[in-house]
Design a protein around this ligand. Structure first.
Ligand SMILES: [Zn+2]
Length: 101
């Protein structure tokens, strides 16, 4: 899988886990805030000027998230990261978490 697609999938899974635990409305749908954040994250990946050529956002010199959205993503990753690694020990996820610390 291409890096961009992998990161999209990973960020989507993380937001879904966080939302279910914190804002659950009883179904599998994301709340409005989490859906907006997921759309935002996907748009950033779509527009990443480095495309699939770079190995990880961690090594990127462009900080493309706004401070507000970056803080939201960090909060989600701090919560979900350790739980997700338990189930999905993928190196792609480790990348994502380490870049947000
Ligand atoms: Zn939510």
């Amino acid at each position: 899988m291409e890096r961009i697609e992998q990161e999209k999938k990973t960020v989507g899974e993380m937001i879904a886990i966080y939302c279910r635990k914190h804002h659950s409305r009883g179904g599998n749908d994301l709340c409005d805030e989490c859906r907006a954040l997921l759309d935002y994250a996907h748009r950033r990946l779509d527009r990443c000027p480095k495309g699939n050529g770079k190995s990880s956002c961690r090594k990127c010199e462009i900080h493309c998230y706004s401070p507000e959205n970056r803080e939201k993503i960090r909060k989600i990753m701090r919560y979900v990261g350790p739980r997700m690694l338990f189930y999905h020990p993928l190196s792609a996820i480790r990348h994502l978490i380490s870049e947000m610390k």
